[in-house]
Design a protein around this ligand. Structure first.
Ligand code: ZN
Length: 673
């Protein structure tokens, strides 16, 4: 008995001593989390899709973005230098330029975690030094406010919350990866100032309704996890609790465009039934609330987040994982919304907004829900977003960006009055620069999402050639290596390296599309349930050299929408594995518009891997039917129906607009016979 007690005690002690505390989110000690993060750097891409993307990220995306943000175009570092008294000038760029700089720094940190390039570390120290000098003596740090002489916390649209959140997150990641505290100290001083401002009995009406683009909730929870100081968790919770408590009306500091559902203040989060408002604001808010729930375990909060996740995924999300159906519209409660969610099943293609950030936030929210519930459906969405509506935001070369990610682009469709963020080909700098660094930091960190640590084992969330060297939650070593040509092929081979002698579980995600997958261990059927949309759990004593082979059928499929989505009635999209395809006018005869393309139901879809095309992708070839459609009249009589058959290729949606100006569509009208 005594022995057993000692044994149990040692597990408890070692369990906490060995838990991985340097994850992208450090949920190692979060009491309500089933899937815990591996440490940043535990998983490295070796070859294949993500290794290639990471290489472009390391060699082009991050350095190129650094030139923009540290130079005069982005002006972000200049803003800090001017605020620090190191340079003459004025604030330039968006009110959220500080936050976007912190995000780019975070991307640099993830790259450093993989390549240990000392120059990155030295550069980061230089920036941190400047940022520290720009910080006010009481901890406040917002260059847009200080340099413009605005009143602190005077207007929610100054984006102070957003900048704060990205500062906290970036500083925590810096501390985890480097062990240094120079950035963390700035963040702590800053958060203490935020705490003193908001955690008061007589909070003003303006501050009660202050939350706007609330990344500070995620940032504060991470700061709590880093410092163990509960005040940051309490403050994070306050920002959730304040929503929906005040009368919603326009005020001097909140115009009618930025109130109510638009900023998730119409309904308290715990009572909310549908995703409302600005899609980035909403999904950052939900992601932050999921971080709080991971700590508090509050049922009402988890229930609300379950409802909201279901509502997004089942009724408001595009087939690419994208969110935010419109640039301008109304919410369910008839508040004006901007770049946001509208009615369920209302899914326009041409005018879809789908900001890259919103799509990424969808995957960040899902990663947190994966932690809480440990169900594969959350990783399915992370993957769907990554391969489609996230990667679509950046060119193959890594220097040109999309802000909005509609599912159809047609040059003559309509004149867009808001072309500042909606453009029909990628551009090298977006004035509103929130999306590019968000995407680049995501590409840089995705190896940290690939695995999770579970009760007695490890879960494989994402597939790609990689090596994992980590510790299970009991402290024992675990090494896995993965070899695969995923997502172009469905075979994944995982070889066990170092591991403990006792039995433990390997969980392999069987994606929701992968019906008929097979799982072998050392050449024999694994003898476990291999069901699409679940984790297949292999619980056994593993030894070095054991081989797991997962074979997912990778055929091209035609997809259709729920009949309630009027915008895609009698249209289909092509999907192969997790990758959604599109037709691009570049692959059509000259003078053919994208609206002329129809897909016969019986067309044979043939996949072919092309290593030197668009960075190495599988294309799908098929016969389409072309029919000139009159674009001039609003309505016209059907006459002279002439079909031309044409063999074309479909390219992955994320890779469109890499071959010059073109038109594109994901959904195509289908010819059933
Ligand atoms: Zn954005």
């Amino acid at each position: 008995m005594k022995k057993l007690l000692l044994f149990t005690l040692s597990i408890i002690v070692f369990g906490s001593a060995f838990a991985q505390k340097k994850g992208i989110i450090n949920n190692s000690e979060s009491p309500n989390v089933k899937f815990k993060s591996i440490d940043i750097g535990d998983c490295t891409w070796t070859e294949g899709f993500w290794a290639d993307k990471f290489k472009v990220c390391e060699e082009t995306m991050v350095p190129y973005m650094g030139e923009l943000l540290c130079g005069d175009i982005g002006h972000a570092l200049n803003n800090f230098k001017i605020a620090a008294g190191l340079k003459e000038g004025e604030h330039k760029g968006m009110k959220w330029q500080d936050g976007d700089f912190y995000k780019w720094m975070e991307a640099e940190m993830y790259v450093y975690a993989q390549n240990k390039d000392k120059k990155i570390l030295a550069d980061l120290d230089k920036y941190i030094d400047i940022i520290g000098k720009a910080q006010q003596p009481d901890g406040y740090l917002q260059t847009q406010v200080t340099l413009n002489g605005w009143e602190r916390n005077g207007n929610r649209q100054y984006h102070e919350m957003y900048n704060s959140g990205h500062l906290y997150t970036s500083a925590c990641i810096h501390n985890r990866i480097t062990g240094k505290t120079n950035f963390l100290d700035i963040a702590i001083k800053h958060a203490d100032n935020l705490y003193d401002t908001f955690m008061v009995d007589d909070l003003s009406d303006n501050l009660k309704r202050f939350g706007f683009n609330q990344t500070q909730i995620m940032g504060l929870v991470e700061l709590y996890r880093t410092t163990k100081d509960e005040k940051y968790l309490k403050l994070a919770e306050l920002f959730i609790n304040l929503r929906g408590q005040s009368k919603v009306e326009p005020s001097k500091v909140a115009g009618y465009k930025f109130i109510g559902d638009m900023v998730q203040e119409r309904t308290p989060l715990r009572k909310e039934k549908s995703a409302e408002g600005h899609a980035v604001l909403a999904l950052y808010f939900y992601a932050g609330a999921a971080d709080v729930a991971a700590e508090t375990g509050e049922k009402a909060l988890v229930d609300a987040l379950d409802r909201l996740w279901d509502n997004v995924v089942e009724k408001k999300m595009y087939i690419t994982g994208a969110c935010g159906q419109t640039h301008h519209g109304v919410s369910s409660h008839v508040d004006m919304v901007h770049e946001g969610f509208i009615n369920e099943y209302m899914m326009p293609n041409l005018t879809a907004y789908n900001e890259t950030c919103a799509n990424i936030c969808n995957s960040m929210f899902s990663y947190r829900m994966l932690g809480i519930h440990g169900e594969s459906k959350y990783a399915d969405i992370m993957e769907l977003v990554l391969f489609n509506s996230a990667l679509s935001g950046i060119s193959i070369e890594g220097k040109d960006y999309f802000y909005a990610n509609p599912l159809r682009v047609c040059n003559h469709a309509h004149d867009n009055p808001d072309a500042a963020t909606e453009f029909d080909q990628r551009i090298p700098y977006v004035e509103c620069f929130c999306c590019p660094p968000n995407l680049v930091r995501t590409i840089a960190k995705v190896s940290g999402w690939a695995y999770s640590l579970t009760d007695n084992g490890v879960a494989v969330n994402l597939y790609g050639g990689n090596k994992l060297t980590s510790n299970l939650l009991d402290g024992s070593k675990i090494q896995l290596s993965q070899v695969t040509k995923y997502p172009w092929e469905g075979a994944v081979k995982i070889t066990v390296g170092k591991c403990k002698k006792d039995a433990f579980q390997l969980r392999l995600r069987i994606p929701d599309w992968a019906n008929g997958s097979k799982l072998l261990v050392n050449g024999k059927d694994a003898g476990v349930d291999v069901k699409a949309g679940t984790y297949a759990v292999v619980d056994r004593q593993w030894k070095k050299g054991d081989e797991i082979l997962l074979d997912m059928p990778m055929e091209a499929k035609l997809m259709e929408g729920n009949p309630l989505i009027e915008e895609v009635r009698n249209q289909v999209a092509i999907k192969r594995g997790p990758v959604v395809y599109c037709a691009e006018s570049t692959d059509l005869p000259k003078e053919t518009g994208i609206l002329d393309v129809f897909l016969p139901f019986k067309s044979e879809l043939k996949a072919e891997y092309k290593p030197n095309f668009l960075g190495g992708v599988s294309t799908i070839s098929a016969d389409v039917k072309l029919r000139k459609v009159d674009e001039n009249e609003m309505y016209s009589e059907v006459k002279n129906v002439v079909w031309e058959t044409y063999k074309t290729q479909f390219v992955p949606y994320f890779a469109w607009s890499n071959r010059g100006q073109s038109e594109m569509t994901v959904w195509m009208p289908i010819l059933w016979e």
